[in-house]
Design a protein around this ligand. Structure first.
Ligand SMILES: Cc1cc2nc3c(=O)[nH]c(=O)nc-3n(C[C@H](O)[C@H](O)[C@H](O)COP(=O)(O)OP(=O)(O)OC[C@H]3O[C@@H](n4cnc5c(N)ncnc54)[C@H](O)[C@@H]3O)c2cc1C
Length: 418
């Protein structure tokens, strides 16, 4: 079903746009909204339905990313914390503030002092505001923490971050873009782009098995895990950075544990795993496993499901919920040299955890881009990325009469609340 406000009739489209955005995940939606808010005409095309790829298969956290402090990604953490606050203001029905518990056990990778330093830094990067504060939970209260394993527990920290429904958030951003004048076509596949002699970009796409063409001044490639495939179909732009596609899986259970989120270490390899409330049950994730081949063929593996189940019952041995399903999404990570291209979770996890999680923007021509590719990035920081893209677009499109600032446009789901 099309997202509300989206029309699927190509005959209603204009012949020419300032920009065409390829991909209706959160990044494409954010770019479309930011560009439309600056007064540019925008067409967004999505080969499936808005938000149904990676942007509905994330851990659904609107967070600074406490664990990125381990890899010194301070700038990403700072901007993500600031975005958490902006999104809580503009989308209060879509971004909920949640208590996060960090239990510390005798035998675990991150020691109590390391976590305390990390939380202090997290709080400092959040400007020591009330929502950036953290606490130690007194021992007398540990038994009230949703049944978490008490054996070996030596400390419990609590801090705050956000949780969203990523699909509803993406739909809300699209809805906002549409209300700012953006045209959106779902079930429409981009096929190729060429540059004409007049510096116009000619975009070819297919809808209902019929090819059609549009022209624009600039194309934005926000195709998530398909980014490099789309990049190679933009014939005037060089290929962008090499990437790893890293699969992350989640499992769902049907009964609730409580209202809070637990940030634990997997008993197998000490990776961070979140145990979260989700739609009346529990969501556990995630894994990290290299994906090869077509991004459409990404499925949670039996090894990943077993790994996540083991983590849940290791920490909540008396939990009575029933397993419902598992699903997977693909992170786009700029390639770095790493060990362990063999198989199995253990050999693959650490190196990927160290790869940068920020978005890389790749332009064909930095002075006057005609094609901008978005590589990687976080759901949380989509608005900041979109602003950078809109700033770059102005180099080619020139300044336009600004209609609205996305930091103050209210977002709500056109269909339901979280
Ligand atoms: C397991 C996992 C957990 C995560 N957890 C978090 C988290 O908790 N918090 C957070 O902030 N971030 C998280 N992230 C990151 C976040 O989910 C992603 O950064 C974000 O969803 C990527 O959005 P996107 O728009 O780039 O990609 P997508 O959502 O994949 O959108 C790309 C779109 O392009 C479309 N497309 C592809 N080819 C074409 C074509 N030829 N024509 C037209 N359309 C095309 C696809 O159909 C797709 O809808 C997580 C990521 C993963 C994988």
């Amino acid at each position: 079903m099309p997202a509300k406000g989206v029309h699927n009739n190509k005959d209603q489209l204009k012949a020419h746009y300032d920009t065409v955005v390829v991909g209706g995940g959160i990044q494409g939606a954010g770019c479309a909204q930011a560009l439309a808010a600056r007064g540019f005409s925008v067409l967004l095309i999505e080969k499936s339905n808005v938000g149904t790829s990676t942007s509905s298969r994330s851990s659904k956290l609107i967070h600074g990313g406490l664990r990125y402090l381990e890899t010194y990604q301070f700038s990403l953490v700072r901007k993500s914390i600031a975005e958490r606050s902006t999104l809580q203001d503009i989308a209060p029905t879509l971004v909920k503030s949640r208590k996060f518990y960090l239990p510390v056990y005798k035998k675990q990778r991150l020691k109590r002092w390391q976590l305390a330093i990390g939380l202090f830094l997290y709080s400092a990067l959040g400007g020591f505001k009330s929502e950036a504060r953290f606490n130690r939970i007194p021992k007398s209260k540990w038994s009230q923490l949703d049944g978490i394993k008490q054996q070996g527990l030596v400390d419990v920290f609590q801090y705050w971050d956000g949780q969203t429904d990523d699909l509803l958030l993406t739909e809300a951003v699209i809805h906002s873009a549409v209300s700012l004048g953006c045209d959106v076509m779902e079930e429409t596949s981009f096929t190729q782009a060429t540059l004409g002699s007049n510096q116009q970009v000619h975009v070819e796409a297919e809808h209902a098995q019929k090819a059609f063409k549009k022209s624009c001044k600039m194309i934005i490639n926000a195709a998530g895990p398909w980014v490099d495939r789309i990049q190679s179909a933009i014939d005037f732009s060089p290929q962008g950075p090499a990437i790893d596609l890293v699969q992350g899986s989640h499992i769902e259970y049907d009964a609730p544990l409580g209202e809070d989120i637990f940030y634990v270490e997997s008993p197998d390899d000490q990776r961070a795993v979140f145990i979260m409330p989700w739609q009346g049950g529990v969501l556990v994730g995630t894994t990290e496993k290299q994906h090869q081949g077509d991004p459409a063929n990404c499925r949670a593996g039996e090894d990943e499901i077993a790994y996540l189940k083991k983590t849940l019952f290791h920490y909540f041995p008396d939990y009575q919920g029933q397993y419902v399903k598992a699903w997977a999404g693909l992170r786009v990570l700029p390639k770095t040299e790493h060990l362990g291209h063999q198989s199995g979770l253990k050999s693959l996890t650490r190196p990927f955890s160290k790869q940068a999680r920020d978005t890389i923007l790749f332009e064909d021509n930095p002075r006057q881009p005609r094609a901008i590719g978005l590589y990687g990035g976080k759901l949380t920081a989509y608005r900041v990325t979109a602003k950078l893209v809109a700033d770059l677009a102005e180099k080619t499109l020139g300044p336009a009469p600004i209609k609205a600032d996305t930091a103050s446009i209210p977002l709500s789901s056109p269909t339901k609340a979280m």
